[in-house]
Ligand binder design. Structure first.
Ligand code: SF4
Length: 307
């Protein structure tokens, strides 16, 4: 059996920075360090940091006064920032700089008097944070049907921003529909959408052309991992999402000669290696290749309090 790995896969620069932030905070301040929400959407990462003294909470009410608290890579609303200040928490902000850039775009458009439309998924922590970072009403659009229902006049001053974990391909149709209904609408350059999301989506599409079955490694609550599974499935390749090797089922690869493996931006590479080790153990002789793809050289600086 031949295994082909997607390139790039696993951690992006924003996830590396967020995890490093918690690790450095544990070194600098010692445990416990509180983290609002899962630092990134991966069970193994959360369990590992938890074992080293990070305490994950849903809301700041669960953090003692003055405690060291990390905001997750997904970002938070202004209200959460204010609450943290009022409670005297020592904040380390691990919001991905690319998410912070979307916040800034939204604020800039609102300041210029545009009504802001956010393309994203309701309920995702990043979307909740972005909605709460723009000091004006923001309208969430998730589907083409939502575009058709927008209440704005045909000549209204409008601007759109997008959730980072949607790729250029995901948003293209919605942006086109927005431009058709509102030709005057403005928005950021689509190349501004997260490089890591786009690179992983492009890589999985390419890999689908070479494999019989695709294994997508990552947690169920990771939206970018889920999107990789959706893309592979849409292309028509038998695809399975799994957290690690323990979830692998031999029947998934029955009759397959070539297996593709990729992983979401929040998935540690160790989990990919765990899946490969399981494949080897359960199915015998396996050769490993990597499909050449984009080399990523992006890195983000840690929050300045930790440098
Ligand atoms: S996927 Fe993109 S936006 Fe999200 S943390 Fe990674 S680099 Fe940042």
């Amino acid at each position: 059996m031949r295994v082909i790995l997607a390139q790039p896969r696993s951690f992006c620069a924003g996830v590396v920075r967020a995890i490093d932030t918690v690790e450095r905070a544990l070194e600098f301040h010692r445990a416990p360090v509180y983290v609002r929400h899962e630092i990134v959407h991966n069970r193994h990462v959360v369990e590992d940091l938890g074992a080293r003294g990070a305490i994950f909470v849903d809301e700041l009410d669960d953090v003692p006064e003055g405690a060291v608290t990390v905001f997750s890579a997904h970002g938070v609303s202004r209200a959460v920032e204010n609450e943290a200040r009022e409670r005297g928490l020592q904040i380390l902000d691990a919001t991905c700089p690319l998410v912070a850039k979307v916040h800034e775009q939204g604020r800039r458009y609102a300041a210029k008097g545009y009504s802001v439309i956010l393309i994203g998924h309701a309920g995702h922590p990043e979307v909740i944070g972005t909605l709460g970072q723009v000091p004006a009403p923001v309208t969430l659009v998730q589907t083409l049907a939502d575009v058709a229902k927008l209440p704005f006049a045909g000549d209204a001053p409008l601007a759109y921003i997008t959730q980072t974990t949607l790729g250029v391909d995901d948003t293209r149709g919605i942006i086109e529909a927005l431009k058709q209904r509102y030709p005057q609408i403005v928005g950021p350059d689509t190349r501004d959408i997260c490089y890591a999301t786009q690179n992983r989506q492009t890589a999985v599409r390419e890999l689908c052309r070479h494999v019989d079955v695709m294994l997508i490694v990552g947690s169920k609550n990771s939206s970018n991992t889920r999107r990789l599974w959706e893309i592979a499935t849409e292309v028509g390749v038998r695809s399975h999402q799994l957290e690690d090797g323990s979830e692998f089922r031999t029947e998934w690869v029955n009759g397959a000669e070539t297996i593709g493996i990729t992983a979401g931006a929040s998935t540690p590479e160790a989990m990919v290696q765990d899946v490969i080790a399981t494949l080897k153990r359960l199915t015998g002789n396996v050769s490993i290749d990597v499909l050449p793809g984009k080399q990523e050289r992006v890195s983000f600086r840690l929050p300045q309090e930790l440098v």
